[in-house]
Design a binder for this molecule. Structure first.
Ligand code: URA
Length: 196
């Protein structure tokens, strides 16, 4: 069943976070510990969008704090010269899917107004989507990250740069990490206004 429409267009960042903290629009609300709204600078020029919270994130309320997050932080520092306070990090769904399964379409649809409002308020110049789930959700394509990465896409007033999910890089190792680094360099160039 499709979730009811939700108009969040009147909410500022604080009001949006408050609204999210009590959200019961999908089944994930019944098993979550914390709503993981996002972290970073609400005026950031660069935004990362992941899939959804895992166990560590569900317990802490912060996105990407587990092993994947440590790798993401390292790559952001090494390739972009930033830390997580200088960008914004969010997920397609704000509540942990049980056993870390992929979020279901109805769950992503339920959370989508929150992600869309976050993107509208932050108005980033560059969005990096992390992995299949986030990239497919944002680009509205069934294609996989392997074929989608390696270039950038217009996304409203922003540029979207797809890359692997850091968990995939942890599983697969060197080559995937190298490709993630190349994607982050692409994001850095887009921030600098340099094509490619
Ligand atoms: N994986 C994600 O996609 N997001 C997180 O916040 C943590 C792990």
């Amino acid at each position: 069943m499709r979730p009811a429409a939700l108009d969040l267009s009147a909410l500022d960042f604080g009001a949006l976070a408050t609204e999210a903290s009590g959200c019961t629009r999908c089944e994930l609300a019944s098993t979550r510990t914390t709503v993981v709204f996002g972290v970073g600078d609400p005026h950031a020029r660069l935004m990362f969008v992941g899939e959804g919270p895992g166990r560590d994130e569900d317990l802490s309320g912060q996105p990407f704090v587990g092993r994947s997050g440590k790798l993401l932080d390292r790559l952001i520092a090494e390739e972009l010269g930033m830390d997580r306070t200088q960008c914004y990090i969010a997920n397609v769904v704000m509540c942990r899917p049980p056993q870390n399964r992929d979020p279901r379409p109805a769950e992503m649809d339920a959370c989508r107004p929150f992600l869309e409002r976050k993107i509208a308020l932050i108005a980033p110049e560059v969005i990096v989507s992390l992995g299949n789930v986030a990239t497919r959700a944002l680009l509205g394509t069934p294609d996989g990250i392997r074929s989608l990465r390696g270039r950038s896409y217009p996304f409203g007033g922003a540029v979207l740069v797809p890359t692997y999910h850091p968990a995939a890089a942890l599983r697969s190792g060197g080559e995937v990490v190298a490709e993630m680094r190349a994607d982050l360099v692409r994001a850095k160039r887009a921030l600098a206004g340099t094509p490619g």
